[in-house]
Design a binder for this molecule. Structure first.
Ligand code: ZN
Length: 126
């Protein structure tokens, strides 16, 4: 014989886990509401701001770093041996293949040694 008692008509057996999630959010909302009610809304806000910062900052840093690397690294061909490689924009560097000192100029690699320096005419003064 089955009977139900009024006042305790919330089914206890089975499906108890289904309600624990709802109860958690209800409790959370109630806590936040209570905080706002007693004038601690700023605490709730700063909590959310903190969570937002913790979530957003690494993402922004990641994309910022990628953008910075893309900006500071240039890929081009060596003017001497046509080897394609990456190099930093700001500094002077050497071709990994032929060892020619190079620098970046308008997204291209140019020889550090100005042309003509090597072919200096040596004049012997008598
Ligand atoms: Zn080279």
């Amino acid at each position: 014989m089955k009977y139900y008692t009024f006042g305790n008509n919330f089914p206890n057996g089975g499906g108890g886990d289904r309600w624990s999630g709802v109860r958690f959010w209800l409790t959370t909302m109630l806590v936040f509401w209570a905080f706002s009610a007693i004038g601690l809304g700023w605490l709730v806000n700063s909590f959310f701001i903190l969570i937002g910062l913790v979530t957003v900052v690494p993402v922004v840093a990641f994309f910022g770093l990628q953008w910075w690397i893309k900006r500071s690294i240039v890929t081009a061909d060596c003017p001497m041996c046509d080897t394609t490689f990456n190099a930093s924009r700001s500094s002077q560097f050497q071709c990994p293949n032929c060892g020619e000192p190079l620098q970046e100029q308008q997204n291209k690699f140019v020889r550090l040694t100005p042309p003509g320096t090597i072919d200096v005419d040596v004049q012997v003064v008598e």
